[in-house]
Design a protein around this ligand. Structure first.
Ligand SMILES: Nc1ncnc2c1ncn2[C@@H]1O[C@H](COP(=O)(O)OP(=O)(O)OP(=O)(O)O)[C@@H](O)[C@H]1O
Ligand SMILES: [Mg+2]
Length: 331
């Protein structure tokens, strides 16, 4: 297959490493009121190993897509470290970005919006190769057919347009397109939540099969914790731009340590054990990332908040194999 990235020298570096990764946005507060800063991503650290899946969870507005936009190099972080296979993504110049970009591809939530309706499946699939000047026309076509085989599209689909496909098939096309450059990392931002429930499992299983075959790593953004439980190796829980808890999936699901993670698990119907743990958690509106809260940002909704939580921001610390930012996590 063409389009493969050059072989990497053996290295112990994780595939993806973020240290205190930060992205702030300056927004206008309206006439005569000046500007404010949205701390969409506020010092997040994590690693993702080759071929593994890190699920990112947290409610709307907590910064999941902002994280995805830094990792896919759509935006440049305000501060912090971001490394892909040891290479500095955050400070990469244009040439370096051009070299790094093919290694990270993205699958979006809505395949109706993400695929240009005026292009055939073949043209959609080959476009990334054209942009990165890979292969001859014949080689690009051959690669498109090879990837179509992998995602379960038939060769006669090559000349058809996106509107001729169901939602599930469209997402297969979007996944195929993401694979054309043989990426080592695919960032999937809610890739199945716009699909019919009946076909969500098919697309999820396709992603799992592809991971096994091609050893791709996924940064998988999800609302649905059942889905996370099915696909993740590790889980990163975000709240208002910060990583409040992370660790191996089994540890997080068996014994979440942060009150916010406990809330999330409690609101998932079939996770009955977690529900017993915390049913008393505040369901108030999340605070806005525009409002600076002293101490722990979750304290305004936390049933376990104490005086210390309003004066001292909890630093992430290791408890067993979980990293958690809560003063009371070990009580
Ligand atoms: N370009 C931007 N300019 C200003 N604010 C932004 C911008 N992009 C995102 N934000 C703000 O940053 C915060 C995080 O947004 P983000 O889209 O990353 O959240 P999310 O976790 O992906 O939410 P959802 O689950 O709804 O997709 C939000 O408060 C959002 O309004
Ligand atoms: Mg989002």
């Amino acid at each position: 297959m063409i389009g493969a990235s050059p072989p990497l020298s053996p290295t112990k570096a994780p595939l993806l490493e973020a240290r205190e990764l930060t992205r702030h946005y300056r927004v206008s507060r309206g006439f005569l009121r000046g500007t404010a800063v949205v701390r969409a991503l506020d010092g997040v650290s994590f690693t993702l190993e080759h071929g593994k899946t890190l699920a990112v969870v947290g409610e709307s507005g907590c910064g999941k897509s902002t994280l995805a936009r830094q990792v896919t190099m759509i935006e440049t972080p305000t501060a912090g470290v971001l490394r892909l296979n040891g290479a500095d993504v955050a400070h990469a110049d244009r040439t370096a970005r051009r070299r790094l970009r093919p290694q990270v591809q993205m699958v979006f939530q809505n395949p109706y919006a993400s695929l240009n309706p005026r292009r055939t499946v073949g043209a959609l699939l080959e476009e990334p190769l054209v942009i990165h000047r890979r292969g001859s026309a014949a080689e690009r076509r051959e690669q498109a057919f090879a990837i179509m085989d992998k995602v379960g599209l038939r060769h006669e689909h090559y000349g058809r347009y996106p509107h001729m496909f169901s939602g599930g098939q469209r997402q297969r096309i979007a996944v195929a397109r993401a694979l054309m450059l043989s990426p080592s990392l695919v960032v999937a931002d809610e890739p199945i939540s716009a699909l019919d429930v009946s076909i969500q499992a098919q697309v999820l299983n396709l992603l799992l099969d592809l991971q096994r075959d091609l050893s791709i790593a996924y940064l998988f953004i999800a609302h649905n914790l059942q889905v996370v439980r099915h696909i993740a190796d590790a889980v990163l829980v975000m709240y208002l731009g910060k990583a409040v808890e992370q660790g191996p999936k089994d540890a997080i699901f068996a014994r979440p340590l942060h009150p916010y993670t406990q809330t999330l698990l409690a609101s998932t119907p079939s996770l009955t054990r977690a529900r017993r743990v915390r049913r008393d958690v505040a369901v108030a509106e999340p605070a806005s990332p525009l409002t600076l809260i002293s101490g722990c940002a979750f304290r305004t909704r936390c049933p376990r908040a104490i005086e210390r939580c309003s004066v001292e921001t909890p630093a992430p610390r290791a408890i067993g194999n979980i990293t958690v930012a809560c003063h009371r996590a070990d009580e």
